[in-house]
Structures are given as C-alpha cells and as structure tokens.
Write a protein that binds this ligand. Structure first.
Ligand code: ZN
Length: 216
C-alpha cells in the first residue's frame, strides 16, 4: 500500500472521530435519514473551503440541500446539450424536493470573484474556470466603471455582493423557478458571509442593502 500523505492521515482521523462519536451517538437518526431526504432549504455557495454553510448554520445532515460551484454563481438557463451541473441541482431541488427557499451565499475574499475583477477588461475564456467566470464579466466591468473612485479592495467586495444579486436575477430565467416564485411557493434569498468576523449578512429587498442576520 502506498504511503498516505500527512494531510490525508489528518482528514481520516476525523472519520474515526465521526464513527466513534457523532455516528455512534446518533445511529438511529442516521438510519432514519437513509430512508430519504427532506431538506429545509437549498443553498448555493462557493467551493471555497472557508464558506461552509453547514458550519455557519450549525445544520445537521439532511437539513440543507447544498449546491457548490466556483464563486457561487447561477448560470443563465440554457437549453443546449452541454452538461449543466448547477442547473440540474437547482431543478432537482425545486421539482424533485419541492424546496421552499433557495439561498445564494456569497463570501468575502472570494478567489473566483477576485479573478473575475482582475480579468474583466480582457476576459480569459480559456479553461473551465475562465469560461465559467465570464458569466459575470459585464457586471465586473460595470463595477469597475461605476465605482472607479473606490479602492480596488472596495470594488471587489462590492462585486462579491452584487454578484449574489445578479445570480438571483438569473435564477428567474429558469421557468420552474420563476413559476414557483410567482405562485408563492418559493422564496429567493441573497446572503453574504465573512469568515474573518464570522458575520452573516442577508440582503433586505426593501432597504436594498445587506444587513446582519438577527441572532434572536
Ligand atoms: Zn469563493
């Protein structure tokens, strides 16, 4: 057997703790979960290892339907023959699981958004990440133009938050989402998390700004 890396040994020691601790203490609950999932909401977040929705919401297995991709972006609804992973997950959440809330959660210091901002004047369409991030090139160019008087860091932070709202708009390009929202069966939410201070913000549609989520 090949020698395992230190990193893998560290991670697998966590599995041992799971088996002996969490699983052993909740075996009955886990066995019940095997019958099916009934998550309370769907959340789309970045693949970034610091943006973990289950940790932030202290959620248990089965509670959150988590979709992750680079920079937590919703693609536009496209009906070609390409392989649309995020769109498939959204479709399953709404049509298969009848989810009542979809949350798009952005996060601070997102590497994907940083690259999007930096490359916006000359978008790199090479590779999967470049092509993927070009979904929001127009938004990045708009921020660069409109907020040129702000520092680059401020503009990037603005882009991280605005990109969440643009993703919510693109959610509505999917007929099954637009129809469910119109019928009052689905709500769309924009959130933003900063690991540095541990604060979660939610976009307030009436105030048109992000506000800290109440802890009460
Ligand atoms: Zn990110």
């Amino acid at each position: 057997m090949t020698k395992q890396s230190e990193e893998m040994t560290h991670l697998l020691s966590g599995y041992k703790r799971f088996r002996e601790g969490t699983y052993a203490q909740n075996q009955e609950r886990f066995e019940k979960l095997a019958d099916g999932q009934h998550p309370k909401a769907a959340i789309l977040c970045c693949v970034d290892s610091r943006a973990d929705p289950n940790m932030i919401l202290d959620a248990n297995p089965g509670e959150l339907f988590v979709i992750r991709n680079v920079a937590n972006m919703v693609p536009p609804c496209e009906s070609d023959n390409a392989y649309h992973g995020t769109s498939a997950a959204l479709e399953f959440a709404v049509e298969g699981l009848h989810i009542k809330d979809i949350i798009i959660m952005g996060h601070a210091r997102c590497g994907g958004i940083n690259a999007l901002y930096e490359n916006a004047p000359k978008p790199i369409k090479k590779g999967f990440v470049g092509q993927w991030m070009s979904i929001a090139t127009d938004l990045a160019l708009y921020i660069r133009r409109q907020y040129a008087h702000e520092s680059v860091e401020e503009q990037k932070a603005r882009l991280e938050k605005e990109s969440v709202l643009a993703s919510i708009d693109r959610l509505r390009t999917f007929p099954f989402i637009a129809e469910a929202e119109k019928a009052g069966n689905l709500k769309l939410h924009g959130w933003f998390f900063d690991i540095g201070n541990g604060i979660l913000l939610a976009y307030d549609n009436e105030a048109r700004e992000y506000r800290p989520v109440s802890q009460d």
